[in-house]
Design a protein around this ligand. Sequence first.
Ligand code: KG4
Ligand code: ZN
Length: 355
Amino acid sequence: MSARILAIETSCDETAVAVVEGGRRIVANVVASQVALHAETGGIVPEVAARAHLRWMLPVLEEARSRAGIERWSELEAIAVTEGPGLAGSLLVGISMAKTLAWVTDLPLVPVNHLEGHIYAAWLVDGESLDRPEPEFPLVAMVVSGGHTFLVEMRDHLHYRLLGQTVDDAAGEAFDKVGRLLGLPYPGGPAIMRAASGATQRDRRFPRAWLGESDDFSFSGLKTAARRAVHAELGQPESERGEPDGGLLPEAAVAELAWAFQESVVEVLVTKTLRAAERSEARTIVLGGGVAANAVLRQRLADGASARGIPLVVPHPSLCTDNAAMIGAAAWHRLAAGARADSDLEARPSLRLAV
Ligand code: KG4
Ligand code: ZN
């Protein structure tokens, strides 16, 4: 048993292939990002994303195979692929590749939920820290990505109890929309983080949607508050039609608004995660998804978790954003649980996390 799984991820705008051993050790992890491509349109155009996956699928597969030093496919244990959620056309490229590989190699085909992948990124070790212990159950995992924001409790592998989720926008979506309002480049998340770090005046306050004691989230009010603030900075009446042009704002105002927005999102995410961890008597907190690449969120949650004596696992930023290594990690547990797909595997764009 080689214990090596080759995993493919094409659910959104990264074409990714990884080889992961035993659900933890990254042997190769290749990601071709489409960020530059989608920056031109300020967001993802599904048709363009699917075509880019087609363009990059084989070169990325070949790069991962060569970096992992795989000479015969029989060195692998299984082929894993993201089946959803995500963009249908994008998912299909990875699924078709995985089916073909599984067919020619006669290896088992393991379908993986992308959201489960974001959680299992916490199990990955990247060379240096192979003896880092695995996250302990029960754990509370917070996934904050471009399309999803939710909190789950896990008492064992592959078992999830949904604690809360966004009732409107995902956290990453809010970063992207407010980034656009502020005239910042796509994607908004990293751009807002960079702009916010340059803020000198830090006294502006955006609202926080606490939703009472609920573990749910809401970010759409924050977007409205940001739009209003940009209009006000530009001296435009709020009734003015269309989006304000944040590109006209002075750099200092952009920094201040970016900071206020980020503070609001981070405070709500951190407070709710810590509260849920206490309620669940969690022995680990896991943070994952693209927004978990945010340095302020990582630091704030680390401070809160350490004050409560709860170990926190946050993957390296490059493993928080979309990648295939996380799919390989989740697939290891799915494979052990007997998950198999065959040639009729389909894309499941609206797949939810099994709860
Ligand atoms: O998980 P991900 O790579 O793709 C999805 O599955 O959606 O998440 C992408 C999201 C985008 O909305 C992006 O703006 C956000 O993650 N993001 C960040 C940061 N880096 C990426 N948000 C805040 N701060 C960051 N540093
Ligand atoms: Zn993702």
